[in-house]
Every structure is written in structure tokens, then in C-alpha cells.
Design a protein around this ligand. Structure first.
Ligand code: B12
Length: 368
């Protein structure tokens, strides 16, 4: 099929399942022209219902195909380069949908919101989807994109009128930064809604940080329509006001000792996992990165006081390693080393022990 067939109606009878498959193929072929033609086709020509059609394309075509990109990368069936290319094309597709729907958007805005990713967060695509859906539903949106330093976000809020700040984060390790950003935004008197995978099942961490939370873009619209409570203009609050367990200092001390923890863990696993001795320089670097991520995740779990955050991360790491031929049991020496090093920290050892127990280790003779 050629690209011109795409635009001349050859897809008229396509179901959403077929459209998703075609978009997926176009992403794998790095065929941006075809992908853009496909989403434009799916939005359709007529003005009536175009905003609703555009929303459906964003949430039921582009979003699930983007999630598939993650699944295929995690399973080692596509490369990092393919994942980057696919994401770049999907970003272009979102712009194309927004352009195609623009003529259907009229009338005064319902209100204005600012949508931003927390500092350090590169996953801008989820936030962009939220921003575009809100625009389609009549909101004025200041979309600030990826990794917005909190002080610049606050400066923006002082310059522009916003009814709410919508903060996005996909990676849990950004939760301490997200918490500081939530508190700083609220101190300006503007309500905050958080969203994205980082905030946990049913937004449990957003709630603990006193932010509103919605699972997705449509949920964000519903909450905005209901109206968010305006916080008092005040000084940004200290984290332990929301998270009293932080007064035990475990989070602060383990975070301060992170470099040494990573270094010692690497030394310990080299002793306990003999295949590591023949690792190449690149393999060693990757292992150091993995340990760094594990320690960072433990520190985040201490911050929100939730062992499940760490257990989920360890299981995810085991899955990623497993798909690349590295057995899950290779993580055990790292967890044991951390357990030993953090012997004096009861919350940390509790979290580590829970993750260790949850890590399924095949018995002798079973494939790892
Ligand atoms: C694309 C991608 C990237 C791109 C991002 C580019 C971009 N412009 O966005 C790049 C290459 C930069 C990247 C980098 C990394 N990534 Co990445 N990435 C992804 C991927 C494949 C897709 C993300 C996405 O767009 N999802 C699609 C949207 C639709 O999903 P969504 O998040 O659920 O969004 C909806 C809701 O959450 C909600 N929502 C989102 N934000 C908000 C905000 C508000 C206010 C509200 C109300 C709702 C809301 O609404 C959205 C729309 O309905 C995911 C896999 C996945 N399944 O998501 C991994 C993924 C998120 N990445 C992952 C990882 C590990 C990383 C890296 C650490 C990799 C590395 N070793 O460097 C880095 C971290 C970078 C950083 N510091 O942030 C892991 C995270 C695992 C974990 N639990 O920690 C994932 C899950 C991959 C995987 N399959 O395992 N990544």
C-alpha cells in the first residue's frame, strides 16, 4: 500500500484494531508520512464531531500504540533506536491530530491550565496527550513540556493566569521532586492535579502529597469541570508535614550515602556472581546503572514509605534482564548486599526483605 492510497480513502472500512496495527507497522518502518496520513484519515474531514474524533485518535489509536512501543522494548523485540524513532513519529502524529482538529475548536476557553512535566522527567508524550485532549474539550492550555525546573514553573504561574497546574510524571524516582513542585505551586494559591504512572496505583502518592489526581486525560477534564479547591497562599510546606515517617531520617541518610552504597554493592556482587568477572567494560557500566536505579528506587520507596514501589521496580528490572538473557537470580546478591549495608535502617531492610521475597527465583534445574 502506498502513502497516497492512505489519503485517498483506501482505509475507509478500517476498524480501530486495524488502524492500530497499521500505525504500529508505520512506526516500525520509520514511515512518518504514512503514520501522519493514517491519523489524519482517522480524524476525518467533516467539522461536526471532529474534536471528538480527534480525541478518540489520541486516546485509542496513538496512546495504545505508544504503550505497545514500551512493551516491545521491554521484551527486547525492538531496539532503543526503534523506540526513539517510534516516539518521535507519534509526537508528530499528535501535532497532526491537533492541526486537523483546530478548525473545529471555537468559542471562549472554559478556563486556562498549565500542563508540565516535573523536573528531570523526560516523558513528555503523556503530558502532551493530556494537554491536547483538554484543548479539544475547550480549555486554554499552557503546555510547558518535559523536565520543567520548579522555579521556572512557579515563575510562569506568576506571569500567566492559571486555574490549575497539571503535573505529569512517569518515573517514580521523580516523586520527591514532584512533591516539592506540588507544594511550591500550591503555595502560590493555585490548585495542583497530578497524573502519570509515577503517582502509583489509583494515584496513591499524589493523594499523600495533597494533590488532586486523575487517571487519564478525560478524568482530568472531569475534575476540572467539578472545580478544584484553591489552596491557601502560604509558604511551601516541608515534606514531613505530608509524610511524617520522614522524621526518622532514613530517607535522608540513605540518600546521602547513595554513592558509597552503589560502589559497595558492585564490589559485593562481583564476589557473589562469578560470571560478572568476565563482563566487558560496557556490561560493567550497564550493571552499575542497574544498581544505581535499584538504589534510587529504594530511596524513593523510603520517601513514600511504600515497599510495593520497590518490589514492583525489582520485578520490572528482573523482567527486563530476563528478556535479555540475564537470570533474575543475578539480582539477589545486590539485594543481599544492600540488606547487609543497611542493617541499621529498619524501614529500608523491611522494604528490601519484601522485594527479595517477592522475586521469584526458579528452583534448581528450572530455567531462570
Ligand atoms: C517513550 C518512552 C520514553 C521516551 C520519552 C520521550 C517522550 N517524548 O515522552 C524516552 C526515550 C526519553 C524515555 C526515557 C526513559 N524511560 Co521511558 N518510556 C517510554 C514509553 C515507551 C512510552 C511513554 C508513553 O508515552 N506512554 C504512553 C502514554 C499514553 O501512557 P501514560 O503514561 O499511561 O499516560 C496517560 C496517563 O498516565 C495519564 N497521565 C499522564 N500524565 C498525566 C498528568 C496528569 C495531570 C493527569 C491527570 C493524567 C496524566 O494520561 C495519559 C493519557 O491518557 C514507556 C512505556 C509505557 N508503557 O508507557 C517507557 C517507560 C515509562 N520508560 C521507562 C524507563 C525505565 C525509562 C528510562 C529510565 C530508561 C533509561 N534507562 O534511560 C528513561 C528515563 C528518562 C527520564 N529521566 O525521565 C520505563 C519506566 C519503568 C519504571 N517503572 O520506572 C517504561 C515503563 C518502559 C518499560 N516498558 O518498562 N522513555
Amino acid at each position: 500500500m502506498t502513502t497516497s492510497e492512505t489519503t485517498t480513502g483506501a482505509h475507509e472500512a478500517l476498524t480501530y484494531t486495524e488502524l492500530r496495527e497499521q500505525l504500529w507497522r508505520a512506526l516500525l518502518d520509520c514511515d512518518e508520512t504514512h503514520a501522519v496520513a493514517l491519523v489524519r484519515f482517522a480524524v476525518g474531514e467533516g467539522t461536526a464531531g471532529r474534536a471528538a474524533a480527534a480525541e478518540r485518535v489520541l486516546l485509542e489509536l496513538i496512546a495504545p500504540v505508544q504503550e505497545r512501543v514500551g512493551i516491545e522494548w521491554a521484551a527486547d523485540r525492538i531496539t532503543v533506536a526503534q523506540e526513539h524513532a517510534a516516539t518521535a513519529i507519534n509526537e508528530r502524529c499528535i501535532s497532526a491530530v491537533a492541526d486537523a482538529a483546530a478548525p473545529a475548536l471555537a468559542g471562549p476557553a472554559r478556563g486556562r491550565v498549565t500542563v508540565a512535566c516535573v523536573d528531570g522527567e523526560w516523558h513528555a508524550l503523556p503530558a502532551r496527550l493530556v494537554a491536547e485532549v483538554l484543548r479539544l474539550r475547550g480549555w486554554g492550555v499552557d503546555y510547558l513540556g518535559a523536565q520543567v525546573p520548579t522555579e521556572h514553573l512557579i515563575a510562569h504561574l506568576h506571569q500567566r493566569t492559571s486555574d490549575a497546574v497539571l503535573l505529569s510524571s512517569s518515573i517514580p524516582s521523580h516523586l520527591p521532586t514532584a512533591h516539592a513542585a506540588i507544594s511550591a505551586c500550591q503555595a502560590t494559591g493555585i490548585p495542583v492535579m497530578a497524573g502519570g504512572a509515577a503517582f502509583g496505583p489509583q494515584g496513591r502518592y499524589a493523594h499523600r502529597m495533597r494533590a488532586a489526581w486523575a487517571p487519564d486525560a478525560v478524568g482530568a477534564h472531569t475534575l476540572l469541570e467539578q472545580g478544584l479547591d484553591r489552596p491557601a497562599v502560604d509558604a511551601a510546606r516541608l515534606p514531613d508535614l505530608d509524610l511524617p515517617h520522614l522524621t526518622d531520617q532514613e530517607y535522608t541518610l540513605v540518600r546521602q550515602g547513595k554513592r558509597q552504597l552503589v560502589k559497595q554493592t558492585l564490589a559485593d556482587i562481583e564476589d557473589a556472581f562469578p560470571p560478572m568477572r568476565s563482563y566487558s567494560e560496557l556490561q560493567r557500566e550497564r550493571t552499575a546503572e542497574d544498581i544505581d536505579h535499584i538504589v534510587t528506587s529504594l530511596i524513593t520507596a523510603l520517601y513514600v514509605d511504600d515497599a510495593e514501589l520497590f518490589t514492583t521496580f525489582v520485578a520490572w528490572t528482573a523482567g527486563i534482564l530476563g528478556a535479555r538473557g540475564v537470570p533474575a537470580r543475578s539480582l539477589l546478591p545486590a539485594l543481599d548486599s544492600l540488606l547487609h549495608q543497611l542493617n541499621d535502617f529498619p524501614r529500608a531492610t523491611g522494604i528490601l526483605a519484601e522485594a527479595r521475597g517477592a522475586l521469584t527465583v526458579p528452583g534448581p534445574g528450572q530455567p531462570a
